[in-house]
Design a protein. Sequence first.
Lengths: 601, 397
Amino acid sequence: MSIKDILTPFTAWKRVAKEPVTVRDPFNDRPGADRYRGFHKNDVDKCIGCGTCEAICENEAIDLVPFKDPVSGDSGLRPRVDYGRCCWCALCVDVCTTNSLSLSNEYKWIATDPEEFRFTPGIEEKAWDKNEKGWKKPEGNYEFYNLERVSMEHLHPEERNDSFIEMVKGFSKEQAILEADRCVECGICTATCPAHMGIPEYIKAIRNDDMEEGMRILYETNPLPEICGRICTHKCETVCSIGHKGDPLSIRWLKRYIADQIPEDKYKEILNTNNLEVNDKKVAIIGAGPSGLSAAHYLRLMGYQVTIFEQYEKAGGMMRYGIPEYRLPYDQIDKDINYILSLGVEIKYNTRIGKDITLDQLGKDFDAVFAGTGLHLGRGTGIEGSDNQHVYYSTDMLRKITSGEEIEVADSIVVIGGGNVAMDITRSLARLQMQKFDKVNIITTSLETEENMPADREEVVESREEGATVYPGWAPQSIEIKDGIPQGLHVVKCNSLFDETGRFNPQCEMDVKNYYPGHMIVQSIGQGIDISYISEEFKENIKFGPRGRVETDEYFQTGVKWFFMGGDIIQGPDVIHGIANGHKAAVGIDRYLRESDFPNN
Amino acid sequence: MDIKKIFQINNDRSSYPEIGEDGKPIIDLSSHKYVKIWQGPQHPGVTGNMALELTLSGDEIVESKTHVGYLHRGFEKLMERRKFIQCFPTCVRLCVAEPDPNEYLLATCVEELSGIEVPETAQWLRMLVLEMSRLQVLLRGVPGQAGTFALGLGYQWGSYIRDLILDRFEELTGGRVYHMYILPGGVRGLLPDGFKKRLEENLKLADEFVKNINDLMFNNIVFKKRAKGLGYIPKDYIDRYGVYGPAARAAGVMRDIRKTHPYLKYAELDFEPYTTTESDVYARSVVRWHDLKMTIDLIRQIMAKMPEKGEIKAPTPNVMHWRIPKGETYVKCESSRGEYGMYMVTDGSDTPRRVNLKGPSYTHANALLEKLLINANIADTAGIMVSLATCPPEIER
């Protein structure tokens, strides 16, 4: 102890002369830091209402509330934040799939009513909505889920350009689980899928490596998983919430992965369909395409006696006769169809309604009839020279390739069309040319410009990889014919297809011309409805809408109570709409047949 | 009852309480020689919400018992029902004064169990945040010791600089108290522009504070009189009662996880924790004062050595359903109070099976404090408690 110990503490007095460091609040307004986690902001136009913020909130402070009518890719809901629960951790911001949610740097909010502190950012206007500062998702490689797809392995162009072997190899288990891990289970895909498949649920089954559960989920809404897993138009992937920042999930390939894992002989056991009940009602299905098979499957599960009438010698419709084998191998079609037939569905091949048996007769023999006859009529361009015998329709050619019939393959070919079917015939013919001439000389031309082509992007890219030349944005004018053999196609530049009202009205520059040489021309500009099996008296009883399509109610029931129609002739054209229609029609037929049991109810 | 006997004052209390045959003191409250009082659970001299049940003879404590349970929020249990990413805003609340070690431990547990390597920049940033956190605790903790002996001036000085450090936290992490910055996989942001310069300005003030507090506390006859010889922890208590950190180092036992089991990038830093042997309140104060100096130096070293740019987060599985294989781990770090550890068990699901937090307060405030208070003066209880740096929220997870 020293005198120093007594005196030194008094040095604190020197601070008396210093300015005070305290600030007077609320007279001094102190803005939060640039990264401050203050009150929520939401860009409601960017937000899609996926609900990932709600799912990650550990305090359950976020609820999704209706904002507008749901549309494809937007649930119409927006997050509402309860500031009695929020802890401002900003996980909701970091996980947001669209980057629409952020926090402002505002931290003062005074109100007397506690209810006010439950608010919907972006919809209820707040003073901090225009605040640029505040917490945003950190920049750089900071993601809560993987934005990049697990790449799918394809056959190399040199391996595939002369064979019809399936070109997409499919996921391995590791790849599938990795890809399934990217899902945030928002369900936007389910809402968009025409069949409303339980997509997040079966993706979860993949993560759990529970293929049997996955299979059961698939069959709840889709009895053709092997087929859909290969050639579905995957509207789900277009709206996938992960796709806003990165690559959408490969939902189609994941579906295929599940179906590929289950051998055919296990189906009945897994799906518990070994002993289905049979009732005394009979239903006829016209056409064994996706909608017909789907309707047959679900009707059979409900206990009805189902008979399918198919005009060709094999089932599958456009899936078999319209889609080339390299995209959809026949054994996979058979796997799906064999299971449906094994449930006790009867099928009559080579039977054409209107020719072998009339529709009226079917109506008498069966309690209800479903027609899913599809679009099998090729549409022609009608240009000069298109009546030549070396000018073909793509639908006919694809069917002949499938049936194994001999078709003409010229050394140089021109295909007219820009849709997926045009790409199918282009690539099929390219393979046949490769087999026959060991080189590809095929030109595909479409009215639509490159960015507006209706075909899937990868189809166009892969066509080019396989040696085809694709020239988008040209309108066919005439086919030059010499000695009865086409010499080539004259085209002019086409700038736009539709006018302001959305009507089909191509605008061409007639003086910008081009000429594609080819000894064989294939037209692939769409397909037409063939309902010649419906007699004229019958037609009077069913309603027709615009463009000659049959009008049905939501259960695909026509004006004739026992007659239902669905598939490409009503909606689409694609497989998943057909499957969805068939399922809904099955429910409709069930309702109709139950009601006819109790006519007074 | 003999009235005379009650008012009879006997200044010699050395014979109280009498020790019984079983070696335990015989305390008969009805004898009116003893008073039982409760310090807490709401008391300015108790660091948080816990209670001390004290039996006094005069102003001398003859028996003490600690009671906890006033603050139980069940965070460990809550975490068992939360996804791994959701645990991190929960676990920061385990200790209000120093939340960052909680974040670090949770993140490290999750990373260890799922085999994730944290990027280097993120490791340096984590270390910076942990040291800044220690700094803001010690800026109040060191002068807080004098505060328990009614010298509140230094605490006010420290609070000012602590507020400036919280400003830096706000800039870097977006939050002042709950930073929620260290998350499984990495951290949530790089240093903002000009951050180092502003932090250095604050550190200069802290340097000055270190000097001033030396004059105010350690060359102060009142503080010396009160603190020296108070709350002595014998060396054999260190292991028996689980004494960690500054309290152990004041007893001459080198316990600093940063040095003994270096984590993050501590091995690349140059520092030597201070130890002494007096083991009383004064010695513990001095050790923490040296810790404060060392922390300022460490922050400077980190800022000089850390990379400016780089990855801040390792890729993780999708956090919405992050599953961790079956396993268990114990990770530890050095908090301002001593060894701070987390034990986590996972069972392959997307939530932890069990999380257990082990902090020094559990042993310091529960078992050790009861012993140290015997024979101390009632006015010194707060001094002893603060010198152990107990934090009741950390006892009741």
